[in-house]
Design a binder for this molecule. Structure first.
Ligand code: NIG
Length: 396
């Protein structure tokens, strides 16, 4: 197995259990793993050597919430929103129509180019969802295409009741034949539990059926108003509840209760329900930013994710999300970086594999075009990714 020593790292954010930031650090990558981390002066020999030039290095971003399997264009809907229209989930039908018309090859090529954009911005572990198929054959097709391009796939047949369908009949379809058809390709299930999408009862039915089929759970909740999403996610032990824009104090307390007693440094500890904040989506829908500060202060683990999708958040840029979280959500840089790395890893329950620069973990590294990570917020919108290592290979 070939090893590479990366030296002269100006600032290494490890996100290990001690949350160390090392100056003048070095990392040894062996095969697809991190084999050594420490000061450059003590670095062991390796087959090859590369100089980071004093740049900052972070764990690769873990983007735990995207909807990247889609075709078509909704820029006119976005423009109307910027002129004062409010976001309506009905736009999902527009994307569903265009996505159904795309061939397998077209959809795979579109997805591949979005994944490439994400990786070029420092994302090294990526989840994506179905949810623009909304019938049995299409949801299975989208799940299959997604499975060959990303690290984790989520079944979101319960994204919207298609136009003209009966809500209960459609929910039964999701829980039966649709779930069965998508199952070979997915690890997670999600439901859009919101006024205008799925009710609390329908959402519970979907989540229970998916859990019985062996899938991990996530919920789209409390995006457009207060509602049952967070409560339901906690009740069913979901790994994450995503959006979380409108939270009652009871929601925050319920989320915090899932983390009481969890030991960050124990490999055995089972994580609670992560609250995933999606700042790019909040800006694009002009919703209040998810209360990341309030959640952290209450003891909730949060994730930051791009929510790349054509309706509410057409970006793969985690650099942008981290900068925005610092500038607008009042997170410290360290909190924002953690949310976009370990936070995403906890939300996908892969915290022992990715999300930090630690010996034994996958060698996923993000070399910034800057000497310190604070430049992500200090120079918002500037090109900040210098190099990316994914599973031990330099890909950018
Ligand atoms: O996460 N909220 C539901 N789903 C997506 C939006 C989908 C769309 O409008 O196309 C989201 O924001």
């Amino acid at each position: 197995m070939t090893s590479t020593l990366i030296t002269n790292i100006g600032e290494l954010t490890t996100q290990d259990p001690e949350r160390r930031v090392l100056k003048d650090a070095a990392v040894v990558v062996e095969g697809d793993r991190i084999a050594w981390v420490g000061p450059t002066s003590q670095a062991p020999a390796a087959d090859a050597q590369t100089d980071a030039g004093g740049r900052a290095v972070l764990p690769g971003w873990v983007d735990s919430h995207t909807h990247m399997v889609f075709a078509g264009d909704r820029s006119a809907e976005f423009e109307a929103r910027m002129a004062g229209e409010s976001y309506a989930a009905g736009g999902i039908n527009v994307t569903t129509r265009a996505t159904r018309e795309a061939t397998d090859e077209e959809l795979a090529a579109l997805l591949r180019s979005r994944v490439a954009d994400a990786v070029a911005g420092g994302t090294t572990y990526l989840e994506t969802k179905t949810g623009y198929g909304l019938d049995v054959a299409q949801e299975a097709r989208h799940a299959r295409i997604a499975a060959s391009e990303v690290d984790a796939v989520t079944f979101l047949g319960a994204h919207l009741v298609p136009r003209g369908a009966d809500p209960q009949e459609y929910t039964d379809l999701v829980c039966g034949p649709m779930l069965e058809a998508a199952l070979p390709y997915v690890q997670w299930a999600d439901v859009f539990c919101e006024r205008g999408a799925f009710t609390e009862e329908q959402s519970r039915q979907v989540l229970q059926a998916c859990r019985d089929a062996g899938l991990g759970l996530r919920v789209h909740g409390n995006q457009l108003g207060e509602g049952p999403g967070v409560r339901l996610a906690v009740e069913l032990g979901a790994a994450s509840v995503d959006h979380v824009n409108y939270l009652h104090d009871d929601d925050v307390e319920a989320l915090a209760s899932t983390w009481s007693g969890w030991d960050d440094s124990s490999p055995e500890g089972k994580p609670g329900t992560v609250a995933t904040c999606l700042p790019a989506c909040d800006l694009s829908t002009r919703e209040p930013l998810a209360p990341g500060r309030r959640l952290l202060d209450a003891g909730v683990q949060i994730a930051l994710a791009s929510n790349c999708n054509p309706g509410t958040s057409y970006t793969t840029s985690m650099n942008f999300c981290v900068g925005t979280a610092v500038l607008q959500m009042r997170l410290t840089l360290d909190e924002a970086v953690r949310a976009a790395t370990m936070g995403g890893a906890l939300a996908l329950r892969v915290q022992h594999e990715v999300g930090s620069v630690e010996v034994g973990k996958r060698a996923d590294l993000h070399v910034l075009a800057a000497p310190a990570a604070i430049h992500l917020a200090y120079r918002p919108g500037m090109p900040m990714t210098h190099a990316v290592w994914r599973a031990g290979r330099q890909v950018i």
